[in-house]
Write a protein that binds this ligand. Structure first.
Ligand code: NI
Length: 249
């Protein structure tokens, strides 16, 4: 069930039986020659909605812009600076906690968000530690789950693409968007076939090292058929982790 398709009375009633909620978090950033700017947000959203249907979870609206400063050398990319994203995460969690949600499960589509989320969660826990129960009365717990790095999905990506998977603009994430939004699929020849690898610093440095935006990947191998397998695997794996998170003490 989607939070944004509910009335407030429906959310209030639902809180009587579950205090968990899923929040998709992505990024709006370049994804190489054939990947959509929305790839990370769309993948997180599609997987989250699949989990919502599979285990009757409530899913909040997607936070579609993340921490992507290193992609700003490419047209269309948007970033929140880390401090802004921390504020967005804290305000989202505190809003939900005010209503009684105490298990906030973020499904993430972007590796660049991970460090900032770790800091945001520490800010949230620090509020209760420093100010007492009045600040965080529900003792909220937060989890960040990357849809792309569980054992089952990693094993499938390895089987499908081996070393051509790379780490940015991967054939796996492009496949998932091609499955979910087939009308957006683009077919572009890659040169070189597998992109270079290297460290990430600022936007200009990134553009110089990775001229077409990819890192270590060959997303020309993407297909909607692979996307269907990746979707099913990711939904199963993320759903299991969400249920474990709800039950954990
Ligand atoms: Ni991505």
């Amino acid at each position: 069930m989607l939070l944004h398709h509910c009335t407030w009375q429906e959310v209030e009633a639902r809180l009587e039986r579950s205090t968990g909620i899923i929040v998709p978090i992505g990024s709006t950033e370049q994804h190489g020659p054939n990947g959509l700017l929305g790839t990370d947000a769309l993948c997180a959203e599609v997987v989250s909605h699949g989990v919502g249907e599979a285990v009757d979870a409530l899913v909040a609206p997607t936070i579609a812009v993340g921490m992507a400063q290193h992609h700003l050398g490419f047209a269309g990319s948007i970033t929140l600076r880390p401090s802004t994203l921390i504020a967005v995460v804290c305000d989202t969690v505190h809003s939900l906690a005010r209503h009684g949600f105490d298990r906030i499960f973020f499904v993430n589509g972007h590796g660049g968000n991970i460090a900032t989320f770790s800091a945001a969660f520490s800010e949230i826990y620090a509020g209760r530690s420093l100010h007492g129960q009045g600040f965080n009365p529900t003792a909220v717990r937060c989890r960040l789950k990357n849809w792309f790095d569980g054992p089952a999905i990693k094993s499938l990506s390895e089987e499908l693409y081996g070393e051509a998977e790379g780490s940015h603009a991967t054939p796996s994430e492009v496949s998932l968007t091609q499955y979910a939004f087939p009308e957006t699929a683009k077919h572009v020849a890659m040169s070189p076939e597998i992109a270079p690898k290297g460290p990430i610093y600022d936007a200009q440095d990134y553009r110089d090292r990775f001229p077409d935006g990819r890192i270590g990947s060959n997303p020309a191998l993407a297909s909607p058929e692979a996307g269907k397998r990746l979707f099913d695997t990711a939904v199963g794996e993320v759903a299991e982790e969400y249920l474990r998170f709800l039950k954990a003490s």
